[in-house]
Design a protein around this ligand. Structure first.
Ligand SMILES: [Fe+2]
Length: 296
């Protein structure tokens, strides 16, 4: 059974890739290191916003409107006990694969195809086995969509809640409508947090990153967990925002988040990976790190 996405008022995207395509424009491949382009001006950021398609603009409007501190707490209470399903990693991959969009199935690749492409590119570049595995599973948290969650509570770049919004976050003006904007406690530089205390003490906007981090946190090396938990934290890993919330360990581990980002954002090709050929390699890899089933 497949679950087709069709746009509605609360689900503006026809295809989750619309947000990723937007991010590729916003964060071009040749500028993948923080601070490599000191000439980039504020107006150029605005350009990305002006040329964004209406569905993507609406997606970010809803995201910035509803992702308040209280909303995130509610979602954490709802999903972090992980009492919905007990599945293997491969079952979760197949479950995610039932999420399809409205475009032509002959030319469009599935969620699993995209994840295999990401993992295969990491493998070709000679990275460690846990890195390859992270490429395969990093978006499994998107099964939140299949639980009926709105797109703006699953994908998109993430940001801390409970402190001031960085102007490095896309479409910053949409935060004006977020109830937290009226709460002075949440609108200072540090908000409810302490300087350099570390990201583990910071609550991020809710989405697939944080959810999958909790599913996998007992089984993967710390580097992999940072990649999973913060791969959508673009304001930090691409633009250097919120460094004052990080501790030294975060800064060290963000090298890995940055190493992972190009595989996440730029490896999509139109060639469908040969699942049958690849399956034994990935079955071995999954069982090397994970138990037969996990709580989702
Ligand atoms: Fe992702």
């Amino acid at each position: 059974m497949s679950h087709a996405i069709s746009p509605t008022e609360s689900q503006p995207l026809e295809n989750l890739d619309e947000v990723e395509d937007f991010m590729k424009e916003r964060y071009p491949e040749n500028e993948s290191l923080v601070g490599t382009n000191p000439n980039k001006k504020e107006e150029q950021f605005r350009d990305y916003e002006h040329t964004a398609r209406p569905s993507v603009r609406e997606f970010y409007r809803l995201n910035h409107l509803y992702q308040s501190f209280d909303f995130v707490q509610e979602k954490r209470r709802e999903f972090l006990p992980r009492s919905r399903r007990e599945m293997s990693i491969w079952e979760a991959l197949e479950f995610l694969n039932t999420l399809v969009d409205d475009s032509d199935p002959d030319t469009d690749l599935s969620q699993l195809d995209h994840l295999l492409q990401t993992a295969e590119q990491i493998r070709k570049d000679g990275h460690p086995r846990w890195f390859i595995l992270t490429g395969l599973i990093h978006d499994l948290g998107k099964i939140l969509c299949l639980y009926g969650e709105p797109q703006w509570a699953v994908v998109g770049d993430t940001f801390p809640v409970g402190c001031a919004y960085s102007d490095k976050i896309v479409f910053p003006k949409f935060f004006a409508e977020n109830p937290d904007s009226q709460n002075p406690l949440y609108q200072t530089r540090l908000g409810i947090y302490e300087e350099n205390k570390g990201l583990d003490s910071v609550t991020m906007s809710w989405g697939h990153d944080e959810y999958l981090y909790h599913v996998t946190k007992d089984y993967l090396p710390e580097e992999a967990l940072y990649m999973i938990r913060y791969h959508s934290f673009y304001p930090a890993h691409r633009d250097g925002a919120y460094s004052y919330l990080m501790n030294d360990q975060d800064r060290k581990m963000f090298d890995w988040v940055r190493k992972f980002n190009p595989y996440d954002l730029y490896t999509k090709s139109h060639t469908r990976p040969n699942l049958k050929e690849l399956r034994p390699f990935y079955d071995d890899l999954i069982s090397e790190y994970f138990p037969p089933t996990l709580k989702w």
